[in-house]
Design a protein around this ligand. Structure first.
Ligand code: NAD
Ligand code: 44H
Length: 381
C-alpha cells in the first residue's frame, strides 16, 4: 500500500506519517521545502519522540520524498498508482496541491481501486475544500473523478510544536492523538489504520475538536502573548490566563452540548484533558506558533467567530470568547504576515469596515456590535 502525503512538516511527519507507517503504508512525502525534501529522501528513517506521561520513541521508515514544485511529473505518477493521498499543508494551501491531485487522478487506470483522499487540516470539512479545487481544476470531469477517487473528511488532533533547530528530521510530539474519519465515503473499503476512528457522522467531532482544542489553544496563545509569555505551558501556568481559557471552554462547551447532544460530563472530561495537554511542560510549544495566521483564526466559520456567532444567535453573550478575540486582534508577532495584514486592516478602515473584513460577519448579526467595540478599542490604541 502506498500513500502520497503532501506536507512533510510537523503534523505530516509527527502524526499522519507515523500512523500510516504503522498501518503498513509506504509513504511518498511531497513538499515544496527543498532542504527538507532532500534530507528526507536521503534518510533511511526518522524518530518521533512522544513527550509527557509514558514517553515513547517511535521510528518511521519505508518512505521516499519528492519536491512537489520541481518534480511535479513524478508526484503525479506516484498519485496515479497510490492507494491514498493525504495532506497536512494548511487549509489555504489546498488549492495549490489540487492540480497535482487532479492530474494524478486523470492519469489513473480506471481498473484500480479508487484513490482515497483525506485532507488532515484544521478546518471544517477540509477534504471538501480540496475536492472542490480538484473538480475546478478540470483535468477530469466530475463523474470521472467520482469513479476514480473518494474524498473523506477528517478531524486530526495531536499537538506538534515547531521543532528545535538541529533536531534534523526527528519530531517531538505529545503522547495524545486522535484521528476521526468520515466512514461513509469508503463503502466496503474502509482503510485499516490502527488508532484512527471511523464514524458515520463526522460533523459533531470536527466542531468539537476545532471549538474546544483549537479555540482553547488560540485563546491561550493570544492571552499569553498579551501577557508577554513565550511558551503555551507558561501561559497555562499563569492563573489569570488559565482562568480566562477555562471560561472560554465553558462557553464553547455549552454550545457543543446543546447543539450536538454531547453528554455534559463527557464534554467536561474532554475540556479537562485538553487543559492538561496545553499545560504539558515537556512540549516546547510557543504562543507565536499557536497564534499564527490570526486572520484565518478570526474568520467567519473558524474557532472564535464560529462558536461565538452561534451563541449570540441563541441569545447568549460570549463574554470570555470576546475577551480572547480582543487579544487576538492585538496579536503582533513581527514574523507573522497575517498579523501585519490585520494591523493594516485595523489602521486603514472604520471600525465597522474592519470588523466586517476580519470576521466576515454582517452588520446585522447579533455578535457584530460586540466585536466592533473590540475593534474600536484596538484602533484607539
Ligand atoms: N502542528 C499541529 O499541532 C497540528 C495538529 C493538527 C492539525 N494541524 C494542521 O496540519 C496542517 C499543517 O500544520 P503543521 O503544523 O504541520 O505545519 P508545518 O508548517 O509544520 O507543515 C506544513 C508543511 O507544508 C509544506 N507546504 C507548504 N506549501 C506546500 C505545497 N504547496 N505543497 C506541498 N507542501 C507544502 C511546508 O513546506 C511545510 O513543510 C495545518 O492545517 C494545521 O492546522 C497541525
Ligand atoms: O494549526 P493551526 O494554526 O490551525 O492551529 C494552531 C494549533 O492550535 C494547532 O496546530 C494544534 O496544535 C492542533 O490542532 C492540535 O491538534
Amino acid at each position: 500500500m502506498k500513500v502520497v502525503h503532501f506536507g512533510a512538516g510537523n503534523i505530516g511527519r509527527g502524526f499522519v506519517g507515523l500512523l500510516l507507517h504503522q498501518a503498513g503504508y509506504e509513504i511518498v512525502f511531497a513538499d515544496v521545502a527543498d532542504a527538507l525534501i532532500t534530507a528526507l529522501d536521503a534518510a533511511e528513517s526518522y524518530d518521533v519522540h512522544e513527550v509527557g506521561q509514558e514517553p515513547q520513541v517511535r521510528r518511521v521508515d519505508n518512505f521516499r520524498a519528492l519536491n512537489s514544485s520541481t518534480q511535479t511529473g513524478r508526484v503525479i505518477a506516484e498519485i496515479a498508482t497510490a492507494d491514498m493521498v493525504t495532506t497536512a499543508v494548511g487549509p489555504h494551501i489546498l488549492k495549490f496541491v489540487a492540480p497535482l491531485v487532479s492530474a494524478g487522478i486523470a492519469k489513473r487506470d480506471g481498473a484500480l481501486a479508487p484513490l482515497q483522499v483525506m485532507a488532515c487540516e484544521n478546518a471544517i470539512n477540509a477534504t471538501d475544500i480540496l475536492e472542490a479545487a480538484v473538480l475546478a481544476d478540470g483535468a477530469s470531469d466530475a463523474p470521472a473523478v467520482g469513479a476514480k477517487a473518494i474524498f473523506a473528511n477528517t478531524a486530526v488532533d495531536r499537538i506538534v510544536p515547531n521543532q528545535a533547530p538541529g533536531q534534523g528530521l526527528d519530531v517531538t510530539v505529545e503522547t495524545f492523538f486522535e484521528w476521526v474519519i468520515d466512514k461513509t465515503p469508503f463503502g466496503d473499503a474502509v482503510p485499516q489504520i490502527a488508532g484512527a476512528t471511523f464514524v458515520e457522522d463526522l460533523g459533531p467531532y470536527i466542531e468539537r475538536k476545532l471549538f474546544t482544542v483549537n479555540t482553547g489553544h488560540a485563546s491561550t496563545a493570544y492571552l499569553g502573548h498579551a501577557a508577554g509569555l513565550e511558551k503555551i505551558s507558561e501561559a497555562m501556568a499563569d492563573p489569570r490566563v488559565f482562568a480566562k481559557v477555562a471560561a472560554v471552554l465553558a462557553e464553547t462547551k455549552s454550545l457543543l452540548v446543546s447543539k450536538h447532544g454531547f453528554a455534559e460530563a463527557d464534554q467536561e472530561a474532554y475540556v479537562q484533558k485538553i487543559l492538561a495537554r496545553f499545560s504539558n511542560e515537556y512540549l516546547p510549544d510557543t504562543v507565536v506558533r499557536v497564534g499564527r495566521a490570526p486572520l484565518r483564526k478570526l474568520s467567519r466559520h473558524e474557532r472564535f467567530i464560529g462558536p461565538a456567532a452561534e451563541l449570540a444567535e441563541n441569545g447568549i453573550k460570549p463574554v470570555a470568547l470576546l475577551e480572547a478575540m480582543g487579544a487576538a486582534l492585538r496579536f503582533n508577532d513581527p514574523e507573522d504576515t497575517e498579523a501585519a495584514e490585520m494591523a493594516g486592516i485595523l489602521a486603514a478602515n472604520s471600525s465597522e469596515e474592519a470588523t466586517a473584513k476580519i470576521t466576515g460577519l454582517g452588520a446585522d448579526h447579533p455578535l457584530f456590535g460586540a466585536v466592533e467595540l473590540l475593534v474600536k478599542d484596538v484602533q484607539a490604541g
